[in-house]
Ligand binder design. Structure first.
Ligand SMILES: *[C@@H]1O[C@H](CO)[C@@H](O)[C@H](O)[C@H]1NC(C)=O
Ligand SMILES: *[C@@H]1O[C@H](CO)[C@@H](O)[C@H](O)[C@H]1NC(C)=O
Ligand SMILES: *[C@@H]1O[C@H](CO)[C@@H](O)[C@H](O)[C@H]1NC(C)=O
Ligand SMILES: *[C@@H]1O[C@H](CO)[C@@H](O)[C@H](O)[C@H]1NC(C)=O
Ligand SMILES: *[C@@H]1O[C@H](CO)[C@@H](O)[C@H](O)[C@H]1NC(C)=O
Ligand SMILES: *[C@@H]1O[C@H](CO)[C@@H](O)[C@H](O)[C@H]1NC(C)=O
Length: 489
């Protein structure tokens, strides 16, 4: 055996012994040596809308968690909400589930099929108490599709994609209804209270009542900072120097999210849970440029396959992380959180899922087991598209999404500032050399293009047709006491 290899083996043995001695969660261990896990998902939070990427943004709580944890530099998400949440909850790429086409509309009978096992269901098998506070957006036309029947011991939040932050009213054209439930009961008495207060308040309640001998899984998909642009004045006032009113509101919404997370972390510290907690924080997609979100210097934003829509802000924090205080540049995709969280909980995912565990990557900075991923594959107009990443290369074929371009903050023109590209085409980028997607190599690297196309065609063969049903008038909240409710599919 070569001396280097021998040394490597000795080091491995030592670190294994160290792991065993440090009381890391072992399968079958009694009481709670498993970590509490808080999985925080921000809505439409842009690359340039957090303090650790942009010093103008005031996110002291998140900055501290990020800087004392691990900041992810290449953590990818899907281009819009329902697909990303599919990835988080199932560990499958949306094009393998049927949720790759835009988002589930409130009035259509769309839902993740029942044969997919959700993350909290797996965590319950491992002894976790599982709670969800916030936005679902994975289908609700039948109770079996709701969080209550997909593994969450408790649920407090809204089923659809967006609503008013104060009235909790989701309109659908002219009509609409309240979209807010506490477990299975409609919540109709919170008109006027901003959702970040309600959601952090409920999360704090859950923490305060939690028996620390039982491992806790808290899924916190906040409403902030999705449109409509609404925020209590005191947060907007933190940005009086920002001239653009919409941008000022958006930034206030980011700071409200920051305070909400701070309240939850304070409660966990007070209750003695914090030292055994793993926090994962991610956005669901890039910032929505026309709603004042910002992804500069990345190209495009939410609803696009450009990096601005898909390279998400993310970090991990917790005492179980062995290497912290740095920016991790490994390739991670939204589908990976499912098996990563299960691994942190001492379990394993079912074979066949698309995600791979990144536990070693996030805990000790080991190379990612992932070398490629699918941004999306969709075959329905207007989003006929396919895009993949393989190593340093990215291929986009078809509709890349709008708006396209590089928008410095604030730039709300909605136009494509300095860009003459078509809206549908073929693009090949080397993201290592060109992370902002300025140089299309499709014409200059024909062999690479051919290789990438062959790869994409291979992936296309496994496409599951998109769930895309017509609206059903039975969904109308008028039929359900003015509340968006299950029971019509
Ligand atoms: C283990 O958990 C049980 C149930 O929560 C509790 O009653 C007991 O005191 C715990 N034991 C230790 C050593 O923490
Ligand atoms: C769920 O069922 C669909 C349709 O039969 C199938 O294509 C898919 O592979 C199944 N997925 C899982 C995770 O069982
Ligand atoms: C909320 O309260 C406002 C002011 O009283 C009222 O105009 C509005 O209709 C209420 N909205 C809902 C959804 O109850
Ligand atoms: C955080 O907690 C403080 C103290 O209870 C409260 O005043 C504030 O409104 C909370 N903020 C949020 C966003 O929940
Ligand atoms: C993060 O990614 C950017 C490319 O967008 C790169 O320039 C930078 O060096 C990366 N940071 C680290 C620490 O790898
Ligand atoms: C938006 O960007 C364009 C092109 O870069 C520039 O001409 C324009 O002044 C910008 N608008 C604002 C409001 O910054």
């Amino acid at each position: 055996m070569e001396p280097i290899k021998l040394l490597g083996n000795v080091l491995l043995l030592l670190s294994l012994l160290q792991l065993a001695a440090s009381g890391h969660p072992q399968p079958g261990s009694h009481n709670n040596t498993k970590p509490h896990i808080v999985f925080i998902v921000a809505d439409d939070l842009g690359w340039n809308d957090v303090g650790w990427h942009n010093p103008d943004v005031k996110t002291p709580v998140l900055d501290q968690l990020a800087h004392k944890g691990v900041i992810f530099n290449q953590s990818y998400v899907n281009y819009v909400c329902t697909p990303s949440r599919t990835a988080f909850m199932t560990g499958y790429f949306p094009y393998h589930v049927g949720s790759q086409h835009l988002v589930f509309r409130p009035d259509t009978p769309s839902a993740i099929p029942s044969n997919f096992t959700f993350l909290p269901q797996k965590l319950k098998e491992l002894g976790y108490s599982t709670h969800m506070v916030g936005k679902w957006h994975l289908g609700f036309c039948n109770w079996k599709y709701t969080p209550t029947y997909r593994g969450f011991d408790s649920y407090y939040g809204y089923y659809c994609g967006a609503e008013d932050y104060y009235t909790h009213f989701r309109s659908n054209n002219k009509e609409g209804g309240i979209d807010f439930h506490d477990n299975k009961d409609p919540v109709t008495d919170q008109n006027g209270t901003y959702s970040a207060y309600l959601f952090s308040g409920r999360a704090v309640d859950i923490v305060n009542k939690h028996d620390q001998n039982i491992p806790l899984f808290l899924y916190l998909p906040f409403q902030n900072v999705h449109a409509p642009l609404e925020v209590p004045k005191r947060f907007e006032d933190m940005y009086i120097n920002v001239q653009d009113e919409n941008r000022r509101k958006l930034l206030g919404m980011v700071s409200a999210l920051d305070e909400a997370v701070g309240n939850v972390t304070m409660a966990m510290k007070k209750m003695g849970l914090w030292d055994n907690t793993l926090v994962i924080f991610t956005t669901d997609n890039g910032g929505m440029i026309i709603q004042s979100g910002n992804n500069y210097p990345l190209r495009g934003g939410k609803t696009t396959l450009w990096e601005g829509g898909t390279r998400g802000v993310a970090f991990a924090h917790g005492k179980m992380l062995q290497k912290t205080g740095y920016t991790n540049n490994e390739m991670i995709h939204a589908v990976d959180w499912f098996p990563t969280i299960l691994a942190a909980a001492g379990g394993t995912a079912d074979p066949g899922i698309d995600g791979v565990s990144q536990l070693d990557t996030i805990v000790s900075g080991k190379p990612s087991p992932r070398t490629e991923f699918v941004y999306n594959i969709d075959n329905i107009f207007p989003t006929i598209q396919g895009a993949i990443r393989v190593g340093d290369y990215k291929l986009i074929e078809g509709f890349a999404g709008l708006p396209d371009g590089w928008y410095p903050p604030p730039n709300m023109t909605g136009s494509r500032p300095d860009n003459k590209d078509p809206i549908s085409g073929t693009w090949l980028f080397n993201l290592k050399d060109d992370p902002t997607e300025h140089h299309n190599l499709a014409d200059t690297m024909p062999d690479k293009l051919k290789e990438m196309r062959a790869k994409l065609d291979g992936y296309r063969k496994t496409l599951v047709p998109a769930i895309n049903p017509k609206a059903d008038p039975k969904s109308d909240p008028k039929n359900w006491g003015g509340v968006w409710s299950p029971g019509w599919c």
